[in-house]
Each structure stands twice: as C-alpha cells, then as structure tokens.
Design a binder for this molecule. Structure first.
Ligand SMILES: [Fe+2]
Ligand SMILES: [Fe+2]
Length: 337
C-alpha cells in the first residue's frame, strides 16, 4: 500500500514540484491543496501517513493568525506551537536542495514504519480478541457438558438444565441486571445441581418419599456443588459456585445450607431458585406427576417474600407468555451455547 501524503501550499508551482518529487520513487501518493481549510476538511475524512504544510500561509487555521510576522521570535514561537501540535520536522523550502530530498525520504520511511506498526498492532489485537472469544466459548461448552453429565443421572433428557437456564435469563433481564451478568447467569445456571454427583443412586433415584436422613443427604448437594466449583479462576464457574451454594436458600431465611436471608443470598442464586422450583414443579419426576403451569404460578405468588425473592417472582411472571413457550419446549430448543 502506498504511503498517503497530504501537501498544502499556497503556491501552485511549489505544490506541483513537491508532488512530482515525492511521488518519483513510486512509494507515495500525494493529495494536494492550495487552501488550508479544504485540506483540513479532507484530513478529517481520510487518514494520511505524511502531511507537508507550508506554515506561513494566509487563512491557515492551525496558526490562527492572518497577519504574518516575519521576525525571528514569532517564527520560533510558531515552530514551538507546531511541535506541540504534533509536527515531526521542519523542511527548508528549497525544493532542489539535497537536504530536503533526504529529509523527505526519511519522513516517508517513518510514515510507512508507523503505519506498519499500527497495522501490526491492529492484527495482534484482533488475534487476541479471537483467541479470547474461543476460550470463552470453550468455558461455556465445558460448563454445559458438566451440567448435562450430572443431570443424566436422574433425568435422561438434559432439558431441565436448559429450561432453568432460559427461565433464569428471563428473570435476570427483567431485574435489569447488567447484560453481562444476565448472560453469565444464563450460562452458569445449569451448574446449580452439580453437587448431585456425590449423592448415592439409592437416594437420588428413589421413587418414593425420602426419609429425614435421606433428605439430609440430598441437601448436601448444595455445599458439595459449591466445593466443586469454588475458587475457580474462571468467573463463570465462580458464579456457578454461588448458584450451587445458594439455590436452596429461602428469602425468609428458612432455607439451606446456611439459612441466609433476603439480600444476603447472592442475586444469581435467588434468580435460579425461582427458575429451578418452577421447572421442578411443572415437570414429571420419578416420584410425581407434573403440576399444571397455572398452579405452579400460584405457588410462586403464594411464596413471594417467603421462599422466593419477590422481585424475582415478579420478573418471572412479567414474561409469562415466554415461560409458557419454554415450558412447552417450543422456544429455542438449541443448547444455550
Ligand atoms: Fe438443587
Ligand atoms: Fe434443579
């Protein structure tokens, strides 16, 4: 790519000479202007690698002074102003001089080198962005597959995981949580029951009613899930740890494992609590038939402020039409990745 030069001079003959001279080696393409105001307008639209400007021109905006003083003091001041504005060099206005030719060549090479560097920086930045995106996608995929592995133990479809993720996203969005957090809750929600890997089959898969001791064993899945996921360097997995630990806490403090109350429960766990219970109520389990959606809806309303964060219930119900679609498996049957 040719070096792009902008030449500004109020003398047509100087401009023509400079253009010929600068383009002679076939490395530069020069755009010329007699009028500095037009040149400025053009420089706002296009990127130039090199700008050569006669610094004693009438109407020059950059120097803001129509009365050109010739004294040496004023000239020195102008040079200082130009340097502060980013000028790199001052060329003698003697078009035939060897000095001018050499310094021009240096400036052209400098301009080309700067452009190469910035092209390289742009390339590197886009490579880094692509690699970061890939890493993020892998994290998301591994999280989902881990959640599916757990779910296959007590449910052979993996759909509970996906529905809970979708319900959770609706709630997070309606709570006006930051877009990034909504996405992260959506992606981490499937991890809520990851601690169930540690629950023995005879308890996890028992079709009948559980004894008190068995219930106590089941309840350990929250703490075990947190332990599996805690202290990760991956933000998404740390959010999964919060969700695993807190999705059976209750707004009124009567939940487990820590009996946290209200805002002491992390918001992601409060969101998933509503999504998880609603899905558990409305789907078939080995020990029960599915509850009709409207009945489950009433359950959420009745337990607003007791089991559930009232704002999360409101958020969930405010998009009821979508909830119905998700429950019916009609909305977005793809995986959340
Ligand atoms: Fe759970
Ligand atoms: Fe669940």
């Amino acid at each position: 790519m040719l070096t792009q030069a902008l030449l500004v001079d109020d003398s047509r003959s100087v401009l023509n000479f400079l253009k010929r001279h600068i383009e002679a080696e076939g490395l530069v393409e020069a755009t010329t202007f007699l009028d500095p105001v037009e040149a400025l307008a053009c420089a706002r639209e296009r990127v130039f690698d090199l700008v050569l400007v006669d610094y004693e021109m009438p109407h020059g905006e950059s120097f803001n002074d129509s009365c050109i003083e010739q004294c040496a003091v004023r000239r020195a001041e102008r040079r200082m102003e130009a340097l502060q504005a980013g000028a790199t060099d001052f060329l003698p206005k003697q078009p035939q001089s060897v000095e001018m030719t050499v310094r021009l060549r240096n400036l052209i090479q400098l301009g080309a080198a700067v452009r190469k560097l910035s092209d390289r920086a742009a390339h590197l930045a886009s490579d880094v962005a692509a690699a970061t995106r890939k890493l993020g996608e892998r994290e998301e995929e591994i999280i989902l597959r881990l959640a599916l592995a757990v779910e296959y133990r007590d449910n052979d479809t993996g759909e509970h995981t996906l529905r809970v993720a979708r319900y959770s996203r609706i709630i997070a969005e309606q709570l006006d949580l930051p877009a990034r957090l909504c996405r992260d809750i959506y992606l981490a929600a499937p991890l809520h029951d990851v601690g169930k890997v540690a629950i023995p089959d005879n308890i996890l898969l028992k079709p009948g009613k559980l004894t008190e001791e068995e219930m106590a064993v089941i309840r350990t899945h929250a703490t075990i899930g947190e332990r599996i996921l805690a202290d990760s360097s991956c933000e998404l997995i740390r959010l999964g740890a919060q969700i695993a630990a807190g999705h059976h806490e209750r707004w009124d403090g009567a939940g487990y494992p820590n009996g946290l109350r209200a805002d002491a429960i992390p918001v992601a766990a409060r969101v998933v609590a509503v999504a998880d219970v609603f899905d558990a109520l409305t789907t078939r389990r080995p020990y029960k038939e599915p509850m009709p959606l409207e009945v489950a809806r009433n359950y959420l309303v009745e337990n607003k402020g007791r089991q559930f964060d009232p704002a999360c219930v409101e958020a969930f119900l405010s998009r009821w039409d979508e909830v119905v679609e998700i429950a019916a498996g009609r909305l977005d049957t793809r995986s959340p990745i």
